[in-house]
Design a protein around this ligand. Structure first.
Ligand code: HSE
Length: 334
């Protein structure tokens, strides 16, 4: 199976590393993965016969396969490719450059996997119907809750059911900050810096802190799980920048934790700091995310897992790639 990777930041690198490190395990799944292109914003590593991932991780742009200024838009049709993996940073204004890369890939009949929330928030319906028209898979498990397989569970196990409302913690960075402030009395700024250093935060961390990232995920859940057609402007958003150590302490004295809660039902969509009883399933710490879905037949289901982190996100991307390989009966022609 031939892959093109677009984006070589924290997630792109983690995926490249996993593909290299776990090559034997993937072969055990009868999955022979070949990466023919890896693109950054200023060029790409290109080899029609398959890139040597270990060498690229070691040598970077010094590697002989590096082509300055190469754009995926010129190579998606040309390189052997079954699946395009789009991992550029989220841009909520117009979804670019991710929208153009995904659109081009689908127009060329390639299956697509993305971890990028921007294109889904801006153009989810358009891209899903293009995928449908072209007979392509377009999966986005990594966009919400990183390694939590929420869309896969809904697709595979809840087809017969109806999701009525969703509540949870959808941003790892803010949950990490609130946990560090509460458990270790670390300052807001120091905790944010730690989250950035560990690769949890968005390229622009105000997306995390002001609640925009969590709101994007709520939109993707609404459209992906509840068949809605929502946009970012439909979400009432409040971030965590006004949460003070004093508020956290006061809440704790009364038996509550301050958590950044996302909520969605037919009537409303909101993201805001809330007081949550200490024994609630919503009180996960660190970078954990939690997603509770209330359904008509299955009742309440709660999923907890690492919601941020390059490795966890790359793992979700790889799971989508494997699903596609299975659905395609192994390998599709390149
Ligand atoms: N910045 C995001 C978070 C990354 O902290 O949750 C995962 O989407």
């Amino acid at each position: 199976m031939n892959l093109i990777l677009i984006g070589f930041g924290n997630v792109g690198r983690a995926l490249t590393y996993i593909l290299w490190e776990k090559g034997d395990r993937l072969k055990g799944l009868k999955l022979n993965i070949n990466v023919t292109g890896i693109f950054k914003s200023d060029g790409g590593f290109i080899d029609h016969n398959g890139l040597k991932l270990g060498e690229i991780l070691e040598k970077g742009k010094q590697h002989q396969s590096w082509v300055p200024e190469a754009s995926p838009l010129s190579y998606i049709a040309e390189l052997p490719c079954d699946v395009v993996i789009e991992m550029t940073p989220t841009n909520v204004k117009n979804g670019e450059p991710g929208v153009s890369f995904i659109r081009k890939a689908l127009e060329e009949g390639k299956d697509v996997v993305t971890s990028n929330k921007g294109p889904l928030v801006v153009s989810m319906k358009e891209l899903l119907s293009l995928a449908d028209k072209k007979g392509c898979f377009f999966f986005y498990e990594a966009t919400v809750g990183a390694a939590i397989p929420i869309f896969t569970v809904a697709r595979e196990f809840l087809k017969h059911d109806r999701i009525l409302c969703i509540e949870g913690i959808l941003n790892g960075t803010t949950n990490y900050i609130l946990s560090r402030m509460s458990e270790d009395k670390v300052s807001f700024d120091d905790a944010l810096r730690e989250a950035q250093e560990m690769g949890y935060a968005e390229a622009d961390p105000t997306y995390d802190v002001e609640g925009i990232d969590a709101a994007c995920k709520l939109v993707i859940l609404a459209n992906g799980l509840m068949n809605m057609n929502k946009h970012l402007s439909d979400v009432e958003i409040e971030g965590i920048s006004r949460v003070t150590p004093e508020m956290i302490e006061l809440a704790e004295e009364e038996g509550y934790l301050v958590k950044h809660i996302a909520y969605l039902d037919e009537e409303k969509m909101e993201v805001a700091p809330r007081l949550v009883p200490k024994n609630s399933p919503l009180t996960v710490g660190g970078t954990f995310n939690v997603i509770t879905i209330n359904t008509e037949l299955s009742g309440s289901l709660t999923f907890i897992g690492k919601g941020a982190g390059p490795r966890e996100t790359a793992s979700a991307i790889l799971a989508d790639v494997i699903t596609i390989a299975n659905k395609r009966g192994g390998i599709k022609s390149g």
